[in-house]
Design a binder for this molecule. Structure first.
Ligand SMILES: Nc1ncnc2c1ncn2[C@@H]1O[C@H](COP(=O)(O)OP(=O)(O)OP(=O)(O)O)[C@@H](O)[C@H]1O
Ligand SMILES: [Mg+2]
Length: 456
């Protein structure tokens, strides 16, 4: 028995049993089987259609997901061009676009300002005309998309073009309009097209809002940096002010020698190495001025760095303060590490750190003492130690001293900005700064700066 015959017998058997349920009046089994087979064919066809529909739905879903991804990228774009670029790309999937732009509504001046300046002038003029004609107001008040014919084009060659105005609303307030120039006929616009354009405009509104917030944040950050730079500069000038006596002395010394030598020469005395000696004093004076100018130089908002041997800014500061400190009975004992590897840093900023630490140490030793300075290599860092033999800092204050405006000095003497600025500068150098102190014994500030990686 062939398989077909077997199948047919089994089918007939099945039909025998269920015929009464399907069609009790049917007596002709063959007819009935035929009917069943054509019903089966119809079912198969339906299945094919269903699969096809299923595929259509799947590809629509895929398209929607792709659109969703793109439209999300509108709201996260941080430049007007990026917002508009993605918006146009998405709009093209809905309607043909000749040109489009977003116009932001300036309610104070009753103007529309183009988001992107790459857009055409024609579009801008048209948008302004629609504003003056009151259409834009209507779009805002009704929160509805409007399609108006491009009359200029109709007159020129008789073909129809349209302008589409989609409101950009943010928290129910008009932010602007999305203005599209299209070849699509007004009658061909479906509700779905309008709905999709509205969704896109909403995404664009969120994008514009994000971009504006981002811009504000950048500006705030810029202002913060500028005021930070001003603060550092002010603290630096204050520190120089503290050293006025030292600076005056440094200048007075060579000037006195000069006056003396010139006086002697004028009176006809033979001064050994006279010219050379005068020259040396002038060079010294010019170095002092240079050092001072270098230190007082305005800090730039940008943190510029170069290869620095830390011994140099320390030695510069020691040279700047030694006279004044000697008068205050303070010995400075530097132990510079030899052949130190360079760090990547800003010598001017580092001078400021060292000067602040020296002034703090001096203030901690009103009846004199010793400042020890060491520089050495430790692993991948340069370690700088500044120690004094002052009164020390109580344990509970040892972290507080780095907070802005924390000072134990009398009003007018300390601002409490020295150490926070020092720590900030060291952090800018990717370094660390900490304090070790024992009350009644003294204080040591330890600074670690990463060694500069050799440039290949
Ligand atoms: N070497 C030190 N020995 C003892 N106390 C110190 C030492 N260095 C800093 N301090 C304490 O830390 C406080 C904060 O120091 P910081 O340099 O930040 O501000 P200031 O010296 O008080 O004022 P400014 O530096 O703005 O003139 C000081 O007032 C002082 O109490
Ligand atoms: Mg200080």
């Amino acid at each position: 028995m062939s398989r077909d015959v077997e199948k047919r017998i089994s089918l007939e058997h099945h039909i025998d049993e269920s015929a009464s349920v399907f069609d009790s009046r049917s007596e002709n089994r063959d007819n009935y089987i035929n009917a069943l087979e054509s019903a089966l064919d119809a079912l198969k066809q339906e299945n094919v259609n269903f699969t096809r529909n299923n595929l259509d739905i799947r590809s629509s879903i895929d398209e929607l997901v792709a659109m969703q991804h793109l439209s999300n990228s509108i709201s996260t774009a941080v430049t007007p061009e990026a917002i508009l670029g993605t918006l146009i790309e998405l709009t093209r999937q809905v309607i043909p676009v000749i040109d489009s732009n977003i116009f932001l509504f300036d309610s104070a001046e009753n103007r529309l300002l183009p988001l992107s300046h790459n857009g055409s002038l024609r579009l801008q003029q048209e948008a302004q005309q629609q504003l003056e004609a009151g259409i834009v107001d209507w779009v805002f008040s009704e929160k509805k998309t409007v399609i108006v014919p491009d009359l200029e084009h109709l007159v020129a060659d008789g073909t129809a073009r349209n302008f589409v105005m989609v409101p950009l609303m943010l928290r129910n307030k008009p932010l602007g309009i999305y203005f599209i120039h299209t070849v699509k006929n007004q009658q061909e616009f479906s509700n779905q097209d309008i709905q999709l354009l509205t969704v896109l405009a909403n995404q664009a509104a969120a994008g514009v809002e994000n971009w504006r917030t981002y811009e504000q944040l950048l500006n705030a950050n810029k202002e913060l940096k500028a005021s930070e730079a001003q603060m550092i500069q002010a603290a630096k000038l204050a520190a120089i002010g503290e050293l006025a006596a030292s600076i005056v002395h440094e200048i007075k010394n060579p000037v006195q020698v000069l006056v003396l030598q010139l006086d002697m020469m004028q009176r006809g005395f033979q001064v050994p190495n006279g010219i050379q000696s005068i020259r040396d004093q002038v060079v010294r004076l010019s170095e002092i001025t240079k050092r001072l100018m270098n230190f007082a130089r305005n800090v730039s908002e940008e943190f510029l760095t170069e290869a620095v041997n830390v011994n140099k800014p320390i030695a510069d500061v020691v040279a700047m303060v030694h006279y004044e400190f000697r008068n205050s009975k303070i010995d400075i004992v530097p132990e510079y590490g030899q052949d130190l590897p360079l760090i990547q840093g800003n010598g001017n900023y580092l001078q400021q750190v060292f000067l602040n630490l020296m002034i703090n140490a001096r203030d901690a030793m009103p009846s004199g003492g010793t400042i020890g300075i060491t520089t050495a290599i430790e692993g991948a860092s340069i370690v700088i130690g500044f120690s004094d033999t002052g009164g020390g800092i109580p344990k509970e204050l040892q972290e507080k001293i780095f907070e802005p405006f924390f000072t134990t000095k009398s009003a007018g003497k300390g601002t409490g900005l020295g150490l926070p600025i020092c720590r900030k500068i060291i952090q800018q150098h990717q370094g660390k700064m900490r304090v070790q102190s024992t009350e009644g014994k003294g204080t040591k500030f330890i600074i670690m700066l990463p060694i500069r990686r050799s440039v290949q």
